[in-house]
Design a protein around this ligand. Sequence first.
Ligand SMILES: [Zn+2]
Length: 328
Amino acid sequence: MTPEEKKAFEAELYSWVGKEIIPPTPGLDLVNEPMIRQWAEVLGDENPVYTDRAYAEASSKGGIVAPASMLWIWSMRGYPMAFAAQQDLSKVDGQVRLHRWITEQGLTGVLGTNCDQEYHQELRPGDTVIANMVVKSISEEKATAMGNGYFIETLTTFKNQHDEVVGTMIFRVLRFTPAQAPKPVAESAATENKAPTRIRSVRGHDNAWWWDIVEKQKKLPIQRCKGCQTLRHPPRPFCAECQSGEWDHIESTLEGEVFSFIELHYPEIPGYSYPLVCAVISLDEGTRIVSNIIDCKPEDVKIGKRVKGEILQVDADNIIPQFRLVAN
Ligand SMILES: [Zn+2]
């Protein structure tokens, strides 16, 4: 967008603030027991006040109520929502029109970021839920990790058939121009004519030291609590036994046995060679580590078999521990 185009875009965008983009619309179904039961089942909510009439009638609720978190469900437009983008503009509501227009301006990214609901009244089977939606605010342009864009906040008010407010919802969505995405591994390898590499493990404040020793010294360190001497892996800031944050480390002999393993078949991931055995190794020091068992026939790997590890450069980007079977 040129500066002039952007000015025009923002003028149009901000003109939506305060507009009612969904007029008061009754839900497709009345609040009903089958939908309540399915919701409670899916979420694993076993509170009988949602499903057991006798229990609910004897309770302080005096009968079955809908879980408060179903508030939005009653006004959703059902399966056709999935095709809103293909519907005739004259037939769609303001919300769909607004978002279609933003997409046409090149802000193709959509990310729901916040949803705050307030519940004012219980909903019961037989109630009608009537929802309307207003654009509450639109932020100035923000730079985010996803790309540059605008936060759009809507306020939805839910009323019942007696015109009483049963709840409200503020929903915040980021509409953005996607930042240049990194090329997929396979594609970048093809274009740069370089062998694909494994995904590099994430280094952070609590484990960078561990990777440093593995990569530079070709050793396998195991973190040890200074308070109670308990070993732990993977690295983390506190001891689960005594909560001490003080620690040092010992060097593993890289000897141990197979605690558990699987052979990975599908999908084949670029950068790995197959057959590929992934195993949990019990190190003789007393901790476990997830690694590969290499240079073996997968059928020879058995729980309890002895293994010996080595720090290996497996590709251009990765130096990691790998294990081999040794004779029992
Ligand atoms: Zn400890």
